[in-house]
Ligand binder design. Structure first.
Ligand SMILES: [Zn+2]
Length: 246
């Protein structure tokens, strides 16, 4: 095995099954303060996802491919995720009382998650093939949004009467699609380098969609001044973090 795939494997594991285990640990500790950290991670993800899109993926893709094509793919990707969300449950929610969550059958949550994680895996592989720096901040963006996501999923599965061990196993299984698809994407893109900018443009649309259509609407549900100020601060911090790594 070359060094590249080892790094990608670590990143894929951290972004999927690792995040599930961390979320499971937070749940087990059942400490309100720790669970608060998960909310702040979602804020941070809002910033790093936007930063990764506009400071990393799109500029990199346009340096390899005409900007017209890159932006067209990104636009098509956003439409794709919108339609996908209409068909299957793409993103679930961050709080246990969410209507969308409560009305959705448990298998759909797991299928939607498996699909989502598979795309996260492809995004991680494509970014590591572009540069290690980009791989690092993209992986961080995935971890930051996955931990709160998985924590929300655990809440729903447990509420649905599932045992803790079973919920952990199912979540880990749906997370493992990231590893499988990430490894396939890594080898495929490595032999077909010309496809990388297309994969980056598509990845950008996935990240944009998660940040703007999923995380930020969730943030707007909290209207208190103090919480809003914290959100603005942490989102900005996330963007700054990508800027600095970049
Ligand atoms: Zn994700």
């Amino acid at each position: 095995m070359d060094n590249g795939i080892i790094l990608v494997l670590i990143a894929l594991f951290a972004g999927s099954v690792g995040s599930v285990l961390l979320a499971g640990l937070l749940l087990l500790l059942n400490d309100k303060r720790l669970q608060q950290i998960s909310t702040y991670l979602a804020y941070l993800a809002g910033g790093t996802l936007l930063g990764a899109t506009f400071l990393g993926m799109i500029p990199k893709a346009t340096s390899m491919l005409s900007s017209d094509i890159v932006l067209e793919i990104t636009l098509a990707g956003i439409l794709f995720f919108f339609i996908l969300e209409k068909i299957i449950l793409w993103r679930t929610c961050r709080n246990k009382e969410c209507e969308r969550h409560l009305q959705t059958a448990i298998p759909m949550i797991l299928i939607g998650d498996a699909f989502h994680n598979a795309i996260d895996g492809i995004v991680i592989a494509a970014s590591f093939l572009t540069s290690t720096e980009m791989g690092v901040f993209v992986t961080l963006s995935v971890i930051f949004h996955e931990i709160p996501q998985e924590l929300g999923d655990f809440g729903i599965l447990l509420k649905g009467g599932m045992l803790r061990s079973k919920a952990l196993l199912y979540n880990a299984l749906s997370g493992s699609t990231a590893i499988i698809m990430g490894v396939i994407a890594y080898y495929y893109l490595n032999t077909a380098q010309s496809i990388i900018p297309y994969a980056l443009a598509f990845s950008a649309s996935s990240f944009l969609y998660i940040a703007l259509a999923d995380l930020i609407p969730e943030m707007h549900k909290k209207t208190k001044f103090k919480e809003s100020a914290i959100q603005i601060l942490i989102v900005s911090l996330g963007i700054l973090l990508v800027y600095l790594i970049n």
